[in-house]
Design a protein around this ligand. Structure first.
Ligand code: NAP
Length: 270
């Protein structure tokens, strides 16, 4: 997770995100025994969701790209602390053959996938004056194409009552200058949520979550974090726990589909 101290000091954050989070309070076991495939599960927000599901007895195919040590740490932590099992799945999700292989590996290891959480993503500016095709392809392949094709590869075997969750961003609907490519990928996820909810109903629910700033990047300055806090109506940035609460709300609310849950402290309105 890198140097997080400045951020913790600023918002008094109590949940470190790559450390075991036994304080999470989602110990309702109604999801126990299910299989969740989470992309980008080794660190940060993906890891917070993985830990919470593992504590609820869900087995997790924990996708990672480069964070082998972190995913092994998650596996070790789960073995000691949770009823859920972790199977690490490595893939570069910019490559469609690896997307397909990851879906097959996960199902071979832990059976049909009940919960697919598309969280892996890249985030960087693509200002018009410095635009290049590689950035466009990288962002679209990872942020939009991979979630779509992953869904395609698992939906036929997904059990009735299954859930597909796309992690979008409040900037999918409130775009920011210089990040047009990133914002377009996240807008695409919200559109996919609606069209796939129609296509996969009534057996599978499809929803998205659009966070505001919940966990600033490791290189964010205190001034940037404070600016993000000031832009929200609640005057602070969120925490990974805010995302976890939203995830469990969607998973447990069986009459919600095609919905985008904005968790941004009112940022979209400010
Ligand atoms: N952080 C926030 O406050 C915030 C705000 C709004 C929206 N979101 C959304 O929430 C989700 C999680 O956010 P985050 O900040 O935790 O994400 P992140 O740290 O930026 O990235 C998540 C993971 O994406 C994986 N990844 C990067 N390139 C990849 C590739 N080519 N193939 C496969 N995986 C790759 C990385 O895996 P490895 O580490 O294994 O390489 C990384 O750990 C993202 O979709 C993000 O857009 C976050």
């Amino acid at each position: 997770m890198g140097n997080f101290a400045h951020f913790k000091a600023l918002v008094n954050l109590t949940l470190p995100c790559t450390q075991p989070q036994s304080r999470l309070s989602h110990l309702d076991m109604s999801l126990a025994g299910q299989h969740a495939f989470i992309t980008g599960a080794a660190k940060r927000l993906g890891r917070a969701m993985a830990e919470a599901l593992l504590q609820s007895g869900v087995h997790v195919s924990a996708h990672y790209h480069s964070s082998l040590d972190a995913v092994l740490d998650l596996k070790k932590w789960a073995e000691k602390n949770t009823p859920g099992r972790v199977v690490p799945i490595q893939a570069n999700l910019c490559l469609l053959n690896e997307v397909e292989a990851a879906a097959h590996q996960a199902q071979a290891a832990l059976g049909p996938i009940h919960i697919l959480i598309n969280s892996a993503s890249d985030f960087y500016p693509t200002p018009l004056e410095a635009l290049n095709r590689e950035d466009w392809d990288q962002l679209f392949n990872l942020n939009l194409k991979a979630p779509f094709f992953l869904t395609h590869h698992i939906f036929k075997t997904m059990p009735q009552g299954g859930n597909v969750i796309f992690i979008s961003d409040v900037h999918g609907t409130r775009p920011i200058p210089r990040y047009s490519t990133y914002c377009a990928t996240k807008a695409g996820l919200i559109s996919l949520t609606q069209s796939l909810a129609k296509e996969m109903a009534p057996h599978i629910r499809v929803n998205s979550i659009s966070p505001g700033t919940l966990l600033p990047s490791d290189c964010a300055t205190q001034a940037q974090v404070k600016a993000a806090a000031d832009r929200s109506l609640l005057g602070r940035v969120g925490t990974p726990q805010d995302l976890v609460q939203g995830l469990f709300f969607i998973l447990k609310h069986h009459y919600i589909t095609g919905f985008d849950l904005i968790i941004d402290g009112g940022r979209a309105l400010s």
